[in-house]
Design a protein around this ligand. Structure first.
Ligand code: KG4
Ligand code: ZN
Length: 368
C-alpha cells in the first residue's frame, strides 16, 4: 500500500565499515527533505581492543545487528515496508564482508516486496549530504576527511563527480589514529589526540607540513607520522605533558598543511567557475569533528570568499540517511540502474572513473 501523498520514501542501508545503519528519508516535491528515521549502531567497542577495524568482526557484527536496525528504522519512521518506494544500499567502496551483508539484505527486501533496489556508492552518499541538510545547489567542492579517505571532489551533479585531490599515502583519520597509537592513546585516536592537544604547547615541536607550497593539490601525511615517531622516541619515556605537546604540535601541523592543500582547490574552483557567486566547500568524514581543523577551514573559506558547509556530526560520519538520500537523488535524476539486483559489491569504487587510481588513501581497505 502506498500513501497517497506524493512523497518519495527510501529505505537506506549502510554497512561498509564499522557502523550498521538504516534510515528512512522522505521527499515531497517542492519541500525540504525529511529524515524520518536514522538508526546507527557503532561497533567501536568491538574493535577498540585491536586498535582498528577488524574486517571479520565487522562482518559478523553486521549480520547480527542489521535485521533489528532495519526494523528499528522502519518503526521510528512510522512507515511500513509496503509504503517504501525503493531500497538503497551501500554497494561499495568498503570492507567486502560488510558490503555483502548490507547489499544482500537489501536485495532480499527488494525481491520480497517487488520494490526497486538502488546500489549506492558510499562516497556519493557523503558527496550529496549537503543537499539533504542545506539544499546546496551544484556545483560545489567536497572535502572528505575520514579514517579511509582524504579527498577533494568537485560535485557537479548527481553521478557527476571529479576528484581533484587525494592523499598519496595515509588518510588523515588514519594519521590521527596512528599518532594516538604511538603515544599510547586509545582508539579511535582522533578525538583523544584532540583532547590531549587542548592541554599542550603547539610550538614545542616543529613538525613538517607535508607538501605545503607544492603546485599539485594532493595531500600527504606519512612523513608527519614519522616525525611524530622520531620526536616521541627521542624524549621517551613520555610524560602526560609530552604527549599533550606532541598532540598539539601534530594537530597544528595537520591543520596548517590541510589549509594550504585545500586552498589550491578553492582557487581552482574560482578559476573554473567564475560565475558561481557564492561557492561552497562542504566537509564530511569523522575528522571534520576536529575543532582546530574546522576553524582553519572556516578561516580559509572566508579568505577565498567561500561558504563553509559542515553538516551535523551524525550526518558527516557514516550513516544510512545519506544512502537513502542518494537513492532519492538517483530516482529524481533518472539514474536508477535497471539491473541493480545483479550488482556485485565493490571494495574499491572511485566516484570518478576518469581520475587515476587512488595512490594511497583507503589502502586500509576500510571505510570512507
Ligand atoms: O567518518 P568516520 O567516523 O569513519 C570513517 O572513517 O568513515 O571517521 C573516523 C575517523 C577516525 O580516523 C577518527 O580518528 C577520526 O575520524 N576522528 C577525528 C576526530 N573524531 C574522529 N580526527 C580528529 N579529530 C577528531 N575530533
Ligand atoms: Zn564514510
Amino acid at each position: 500500500m502506498q500513501r497517497n501523498d506524493a512523497m518519495i520514501r527510501v529505505l537506506g542501508i549502510e554497512t561498509s565499515c564499522d557502523e550498521t545503519a538504516a534510515s528512512v528519508v522522505g521527499l515531497r516535491e517542492g519541500a525540504a527533505p525529511e529524515i524520518l528515521s536514522n538508526v546507527v549502531l557503532s561497533q567501536i567497542e568491538e574493535h577498540a581492543a585491536f586498535g582498528g577495524v577488524v574486517p571479520e568482526i565487522a562482518a559478523r557484527a553486521h549480520v547480527e545487528a542489521l535485521d533489528g536496525i532495519v526494523e528499528a528504522a522502519l518503526a521510528d519512521s512510522d512507515i511500513s515496508l509496503a509504503e517504501i518506494d525503493a531500497i538503497a544500499a551501500t554497494a561499495g567502496p568498503g570492507l567486502v564482508g560488510g558490503l555483502i551483508v548490507g547489499l544482500m539484505t537489501a536485495k532480499a527486501i527488494a525481491a520480497a516486496t517487488g520494490k526497486p533496489l538502488i546500489a549506492v556508492n558510499h562516497l556519493e552518499g557523503h558527496a550529496l549530504t549537503a543537499r539533504l541538510t542545506d539544499g546546496l545547489a551544484f556545483p560545489y567542492l567536497l572535502l572528505l576527511v575520514s579514517g579511509g579517505h582524504t579527498q577533494i571532489v568537485l560535485v557537479r551533479g548527481v553521478g557527476d563527480y571529479q576528484r581533484w585531490a587525494t592523499t598519496i599515502d595515509d588518510a588523515l583519520g588514519e594519521a590521527f589514529d596512528k599518532t594516538a597509537k604511538m603515544l599510547g592513546l586509545p582508539y579511535p585516536g582522533g578525538p583523544n589526540v584532540e583532547k590531549a592537544a587542548a592541554k599542550g604547547d603547539a610550538k614545542r615541536f616543529a613538525f613538517p607540513r607535508p607538501m605545503k607550497g607544492e603546485a599539485r593539490p594532493d595531500f600527504s601525511f606519512s612523513g608527519l607520522k614519522t616525525a611524530v615517531r622520531q620526536a616521541a622516541t627521542a624524549i621517551a619515556p613520555l610524560s602526560e605533558q609530552d604527549v599533550a605537546d606532541i598532540c598539539a604540535s601534530f594537530q597544528s601541523a595537520v591543520s596548517d598543511a590541510l589549509g594550504d592543500r585545500v586552498g589550491r582547490s578553492l582557487a581552482r574552483f574560482r578559476e573554473e567557475y567564475p560565475d558561481v557567486k557564492t561557492p561552497a566547500l562542504v566537509v564530511a568524514g569523522g575528522v571534520a569533528a576536529n575543532r582546530e581543523i574546522r576553524s582553519t577551514l572556516e578561516t580559509l573559506c572566508i579568505a577565498h570568499g567561500f561558504t563553509f558547509v559542515a553538516p551535523p556530526h551524525v550526518l558527516c560520519t557514516d550513516n544510512a540517511a545519506m544512502i537513502a538520500w542518494a537513492g532519492i537523488e538517483r530516482i529524481r535524476a533518472g539514474l536508477v540502474e535497471p539491473d541493480a539486483m545483479d550488482f556485485v559489491p565493490r571494495s574499491r569504487w572511485p566516484l570518478d572513473s576518469i581520475s587515476a587510481p587512488m595512490i594511497g588513501s583507503g589502502r586500509r581497505g576500510a571505510k570512507a
